[in-house]
Design a protein around this ligand. Sequence first.
Ligand SMILES: Cc1cc2nc3c(=O)[nH]c(=O)nc-3n(C[C@H](O)[C@H](O)[C@H](O)COP(=O)(O)O)c2cc1C
Length: 311
Amino acid sequence: MIKKIIFKIISKKRIEFLRSNPFFTNGKFRDKIVDIQKYININDKSIGNEPETSVLLSRKFAHIIDKGLHRRDVQAGHSKSIELALNKNLNCINSNNYLKDESIIWAEEKHKLYLNLQESKSIEELAENPENPEINFDSFLKFIKNRRSNRQFTSDLVSDEILLKLAETINWAASSCNKQPNKIFITNNPNLASECLKQCKGGTGFSREIPCFVSFCVDMRGYYLPHEMYLPHIDASLGAQNFYLALQTFNLSGTSLSWALKDDKEERKLRELLNIPDYYQIIFNSVIGYASKNYITPSRKSINSSISIIK
Ligand SMILES: Cc1cc2nc3c(=O)[nH]c(=O)nc-3n(C[C@H](O)[C@H](O)[C@H](O)COP(=O)(O)O)c2cc1C
């Protein structure tokens, strides 16, 4: 009744509910809230029920345990609630006979180490020796500077083999709580890639040949929402930067395409074209291929305007 009266006084469009709390919003923010509420609803159903969600959360809780185990002052008796959460998620994976990859075996090992520490009250210090870098700063900087957003491509196809190698570089990016939530949905079928590009508002100035279209997506089932609603963008971008740099080692290059201005129709169509499930958020997209011409490098701002060192 009260709700009805409020809606009559103020247009319904301007009241939103996030985690059941009503609040005023204006149109531009509304779409963002509807989006994030959709992922909250998915998470409410998936946590504790789906092994895929437990995979993300096992990495998260094992990571928290692992940080503690690496401390020089590590002692038994800490982080019991984290251990319980890890145990629960590992059980969900095991009881569903879900295929365990290296990251879950790593999480199980951390769990065992934690339990051993509680019993024996001591642990050997965890550390490993870093490898010496095979590349120096100047070569690395040159490599970074040579990355270019090219938009004109030859008709040469990009092989599955290369795409699999590129996907590995994404896994090695840092990710929030080590959840490793990134996934790229790719087509190297040029007709399908062109169709995908049509869904992107910034997709102007490209050649007729579109060898490959990539959607950088993040599995939203491991995030604490709405508090962590910006983390997926960071996770996707860190993975994507590895990907872009790695492209150059195959003489490939690519251009990012913003997804910030997408509308419902474009979102639905791109998901349909690339089979992207609802629980993945599309962060941004990219066209990649063998450049038919290299774009002239846009100059960069001065270094001094990029840093502020405080002593
Ligand atoms: C988040 C993001 C969104 C972008 N969106 C577009 C886009 O919609 N269309 C486009 O042609 N280029 C897009 N770009 C590419 C930029 O225009 C390009 O990175 C910039 O001009 C610098 O050139 P460089 O990448 O060759 O150094 C985007 C880049 C980023 C990081």
